[in-house]
Each structure stands twice: as C-alpha cells, then as structure tokens.
Design a protein around this ligand. Structure first.
Ligand code: FAD
Length: 478
C-alpha cells in the first residue's frame, strides 16, 4: 500500500510530526497579517531530520519552509507545504572573535551567553530577545546598532546549508558552489541596485566581490536558497561606556535635517520616533515637541557629546550614562510598533507593505514628503519611527481601506518614489508575501533573471519556500 506524506515523515523523522488541524493553524500565522495553513509541521531533532524532510517533500511534490520564531512582519515563514521548525537545534559555541551557532538558538539566550564573556552579536531587531538566529539570518535582520556595526550580512563568516536537493553545502568553503555563485554575481547590473546602507530585498548578490563572499547569498534569502544548519558569526567586545542623547524637535523635517549633521559625530545608533509614538512614552516632553531623536555613542564619548551639543538644533532632553536608564529609554524606542498598534483601531489597521523602506541618507526628507503625499491622495494617516541614521523609516498606515487594490495602489506609488530615490523597498524585514511581487520593479528584469539563476543553482525544483523573492515559475534548465 502506498504511504501518504505524514506516514513517510513519521517513519523517517526522529523529531515530532504535527498534523492536527489546530497545531497546523498555529503555524499558519506569524507577526504579519497573512495566514496559510501548512500540510504538516516537522519539529526536527537533528540535521538528518532536515535532509529527510526535504527528501519527503520531493517525493510528494510538496515544499519545505523553515520557520524561526515567527516574528517576521511580512509572512516570510508561511507556506502551504511542510513547515520545518528548528527550535531544537540550539547549540552555541563561543570562541574569541566568533561564535558557532545553530539556527534554533533564541537571540536572548545567545545575548546572555555572550554577555557572560563580555561579548555581543551586533544585529539587534527591536523585537529583542524573542527572534531566532535562523530567522535573523533568513531576513538579513538589523536594528538600531546597524548604523555602526552593519546588518546580519556584515556579521556572518560562514554558513552550512541544506539545499533544495538535500545536499549539505558549507559556504564559502565549498569551492565549486562558491565559484558558481561568484561567477553569477559578475553578471548583475549594479546600477539597478539600491544605494543604501541596509537592504533586505531580493538576493544580496551585490555583496559578493569574490568566492570568499559566497555565503552572503544565503543571508536575507528567506529560506528560499537553502536551510541554514549552522553559522559562524562575528562577535565583538561589549563597549566599556555608552551615552544616550534624547533630543526633542518641533517638526519631523527639522529632525531629518539635523540627523544628517549629527551623523558626522559617528554615533553607534540614531533612531526616530514621531508624535503619535512619543505620546505613549511615560515621560514629560515640551508641548511643542513633535518628534525625538535617540542618539547613542559607544566610543570617544566626551568628544562626541561635545560635538552633538554644538550640532543639535533641537532641545536636548537628556544625556544618559547609566546602563539601567539607557536600557529604559531604549525600551521606549523598541516599543514603537506596540505603541503604534495602541494608537490605531483594529478596523483601521492597514497591512504592512510599505513599512520598511530605506533611502540614501541625503534623501531622508523626501520619505516624509512622499508619506504626506500618500496620506493626502488615499485619505490615510501615518505613524513613523525607525532607524533614521540608516535612512530606514518604519511607516504604519491607518485608514478605512478595505479594497486590496487600493493597498496595492498605495504600495506602487510609494515604492516607485523610493526606487526613484535609489532606495530599497525593504531594509531589514525582507520581502515575504507582502513585497515579493515588487522585486522585479526594484531590480529590473535582467537582475531578476539572475536571481532566478541563483534559485536554479540551489533549488532547481522550487522545494524551498516557493513564491518568496522569485516567482515559482522558474525556468528549468536541462
Ligand atoms: C515588534 C517587532 C519589532 C521588530 N523589529 C525589527 C527590527 O528592529 N529589525 C529587524 O530586522 N526586524 C525586526 N522585526 C522583524 C523580525 O522580528 C526579525 O526579522 C527577526 O529576525 C525574525 O526572526 P524569526 O526567528 O522570528 O524569523 P521568522 O519570522 O520565523 O522567519 C523569517 C525568515 O527567515 C527564514 N528562516 C528561518 N530560519 C531559517 C533557517 N534556519 N535557514 C534559512 N532561513 C530561515 C524563514 O523561512 C523566513 O523566511 C520586528 C518584528 C516585530 C514583531
């Protein structure tokens, strides 16, 4: 008798197989507004389970989508085939300047272990301790400190993946595959890539200068090119001192202009929150205050503080040196998404699509004017906060919009302007369900075809997280 998918998984997998509807329902959602119910969920015990899951998916002509902690905002970890949960692969080895980590490691646990050795891993999504290393690498995540230390892609040295055929590949160590990736990278049209300091859209083939960079293609690929089984990540010494400066401004544009001047003082983080967000911060602000900048320094503190006092054209509300007070104020900033949800009635929430663009910092004022233009044309309201030092603003739209076509029209209009400014449609959250349809617009047809070539190299049969980043209709070769 021919066995079905669940029976085959049960016979091959040492971990758990979940096939009950209510458990599949749990895995059908993440922090986005999408829902896709999977056929089955595999909670892997080890690498062998991952390979066997891929083999079973191939046999039954279905797909494998790996899930981290499910905190992604655009549905990247949702799909209809098998969902692979790697939370049990959670080993951490710490060495002097690097750590070797499995994908199921929870960020908060890694942070604690590193802290006990006076070290840290710089990328710090505002979701804090909850996300997983696999999800961070899958999305090329970043956060406030990326201004100084870069995104995930700048902080990973090696990855071991299982590709769509279930082959184990270590990059950049595997010379054959690294060479192929490097050769494909030579064909891109660089001028169609955004000119920004952070970018999580498409495949980051622009970062591959030679074979030694081949692993970077996996970072931000949302589980579509390979399932990360192990990663060697760069770690840094925790800075001895920090200072956080909070500045009040009367207008968004005043803050936007001033942030460019203050960037010359080399802060480690520079963040923005607008009026609807700061209303929820339990501190007293000037009545006229319309927005805040949070500026952190972690070196040359006294010189930098002297310079920021000279350059600031807002009102310096606070200069904080004590760790617990700095932590408290960062919590206010990191709660922005939560504050924004509190400000918007449920029926007026518009799904995340334009929430994560970035532009070159010289163009930052333009983002505020485009949002104004969108609000005027579509009758929406907006809340804005985010990593302004990287030109990356999170925009939360609200309004009585029910038609999908209107949301699409807003996204088209907004993204056209962002791309015109050499910006990216997503700086750190990834493309997922929300934005994959805009990738051709972002990169142009030629680069899109190169993305498809990469997909064919590592997942020719489209087993891994289909319909994310590149379309499932990829041409087969041979
Ligand atoms: C309140 C809030 C604030 C946030 N703030 C930030 C922020 O400041 N900066 C930021 O960058 N993001 C932010 N995010 C988005 C999100 O939390 C991060 O991108 C996070 O790193 C995702 O991790 P995760 O484990 O939840 O991944 P998931 O959502 O589970 O997965 C994300 C992607 O990674 C892929 N993936 C997971 N594991 C693997 C693996 N082993 N191999 C290959 N691919 C894999 C998945 O298939 C999926 O495509 C925020 C989200 C929320 C809800």
């Amino acid at each position: 008798m021919r066995r079905n998918l669940i029976q085959v998984l049960e016979s091959k997998i040492e971990g758990e197989i979940l096939s009950d509807k209510e458990l599949r329902d749990y895995y059908s959602v993440d922090a986005s507004s999408y829902q896709i119910i999977p056929k089955a969920v595999v909670i892997a015990n080890n690498q062998k389970d991952i390979i066997n899951t891929i083999k079973a998916a191939r046999k039954f002509n279905t797909t494998v989508t790996v899930r981290g902690a499910g905190t992604g905002l655009v549905g990247s970890a949702l799909n209809s085939g098998i969902i692979l949960d790697l939370k049990k692969l959670n080993k951490i080895k710490i060495r002097k300047n690097y750590a070797v980590v499995e994908p199921g490691v929870v960020k908060g646990i890694l942070d604690k272990k590193l802290q006990s050795e006076n070290k840290f891993f710089p990328p710090n999504p505002s979701i804090g301790s909850f996300c997983s290393i696999g999800g961070m690498l899958g999305n090329n995540s970043s956060g406030s400190r990326s201004l100084k230390y870069g995104s995930v892609i700048d902080n990973v040295l090696e990855v071991t993946i299982a590709d769509g055929n279930g082959r184990l590949i270590k990059l950049p160590e595997n010379k054959n595959i690294s060479k192929k990736i490097s050769n494909i990278s030579k064909k891109i049209s660089k001028k169609s890539f955004p000119n920004v300091s952070k970018n999580s859209s498409g495949y980051r083939i622009d970062t591959i200068k030679n074979e030694k960079d081949a692993h970077k293609i996996i970072l931000g690929s949302e589980g579509t090119l390979g399932i990360i089984l192990l990663a060697k990540i760069k770690i840094q010494n925790i800075p001895k001192n920090k200072a956080l400066v909070v500045i009040e401004y009367d207008s968004n544009l005043q803050a936007a202009k001033n942030c460019k001047e203050i960037l010359t003082t080399h802060p480690s983080a520079m963040e923005f929150v607008d009026k609807p967000t700061l209303k929820h911060i339990p501190e007293k602000f000037n009545k006229k205050t319309n927005c805040l900048l949070f500026i952190e320094y972690d070196e040359k503190i006294s010189t930098n503080l002297k310079n920021v006092r000279i350059l600031s054209n807002g009102k310096i509300k606070k200069i904080i040196h004590k760790d617990n007070e700095i932590f408290k104020w960062w919590k206010y900033r990191d709660s922005s998404l939560h504050y924004s949800l509190k400000s918007i009635k449920k029926e007026n929430r518009i799904p995340h699509i334009i929430e994560d663009s970035a532009v070159p910092i010289e163009k930052i004022e333009k983002v505020f004017s485009v949002v104004k233009q969108v609000n005027k044309k579509f009758g929406t309201k907006s809340i804005i906060y985010g990593h302004i030092g990287n030109g990356n603003l999170h925009i939360r739209l609200s309004g009585k919009i029910v038609k999908k076509s209107t949301i699409k029209a807003i996204s088209k209009e907004f993204f056209s302007e962002i791309i015109r400014q050499s910006g990216t449609i997503t700086a750190e959250h990834g493309d997922g369900i929300a934005r994959s349809e805009f990738i051709k617009k972002q990169y142009g047809k030629k680069n899109y075809e190169i993305f498809q070539e990469l997909k064919r190299l590592l997942d020719q049969d489209n087993i891994l997280n289909p319909n994310k980043i590149v379309s499932s209709k990829i041409k087969k070769v041979n």
